[in-house]
Design a protein around this ligand. Structure first.
Ligand code: FE2
Ligand code: FE2
Length: 264
């Protein structure tokens, strides 16, 4: 599981390692819930996985950014899982039952991920000047990709109107993005970190923070498969599928043998 998987062996202490392991395990579960939800629509799980490998099925743009330092793991928990919560809390009341029910459990786990990240950053930000600088560097690299997680702006979002009409989506991409910025600014202030946006400013009239335009060119490049880690991520998935083949075969053979014994 990347990028977090890379840091399990390098977590700074046993507690951090155990917490990160628990998070990674949750995320694997989230994948399973969502594949189960798609199966209720008649989709074939193997086919969906192959579609991801071939580039036909899309996945969140954020997974294509590298985690270069330990501070990135905290920042991912805080910002990336935080952005995921903003999206997914709304989806707990989406109109499609299997998806909504999966989201309830996912959100509880995501909130643990967000807190483990934030708590890890509190430690770094109260540590040595080097640790604080490491946290700021992670913030600088993850802020914009986290805002991109909400997807294209409403004007360019092709499925938004229909999804809102069918009550699959309850808020638009831009509404959720704004809520995330508004919620995150005070959290950054507590950490003493600077958000890398010179135009970030409270707008009294709107009752929201104003912020700069996102670099959409970068967003579309990542979505199209040309982000910093897209090829690496898909290669890792393919390798895992190939190397796990013998496990799946062995499990199937065992299940067959057991069924034969039962019917005998
Ligand atoms: Fe998740
Ligand atoms: Fe998460």
């Amino acid at each position: 599981m990347l990028p977090e998987g890379n840091w399990i062996t390098r977590a700074p202490n046993l507690r951090r390692k155990a917490v990160l392991l628990a998070k990674v395990q949750d995320e694997a579960g989230h994948g399973l819930y969502l594949y189960s939800a798609t199966e209720t629509l008649g989709a074939d799980r193997e086919q969906l996985i192959d579609d991801m490998h071939s580039g036909k099925a899309k996945y969140s743009s954020i997974f294509n950014y590298p985690a270069l330092t330990w501070a990135d793991i905290g920042t991912i928990g805080w910002l990336v899982d935080g952005a995921a919560i903003m999206n997914q809390v709304a989806l707990c009341r989406t109109s499609y039952g299997p998806y909504a029910r999966a989201m309830v459990k996912i959100c509880k786990e995501e909130s643990f991920h967000q807190r483990q990240g934030y708590e890890s950053l509190i430690t770094l930000c109260n540590g040595t000047p080097q640790q604080k600088a490491m946290a700021q560097d992670a913030m600088n690299r993850f802020w914009w990709p986290a805002l991109m997680m909400f997807g294209p702006s409403d004007a360019d979002s092709t499925h938004s109107d229909q999804s809102i009409k069918w009550k699959i989506k309850r808020f638009t991409n831009d509404e959720l993005r704004q809520s995330f910025v508004d919620a995150t600014v005070p959290q950054a202030e507590i950490l003493g970190l600077t958000i890398p946006d010179p135009n970030l400013k409270w707008n009294e009239e709107r009752g929201h923070y104003d912020f700069s335009e996102i670099n959409w060119e970068e967003f579309w490049q990542v979505v199209k498969g040309n982000g910093p880690c897209n090829k690496e991520r898909i290669a890792a998935r393919l390798k895992a599928k190939e190397e796990g083949l013998w496990v799946r075969e062995a499990a199937n053979a065992f299940a067959k043998k057991r069924a034969m014994k039962k019917s005998a």
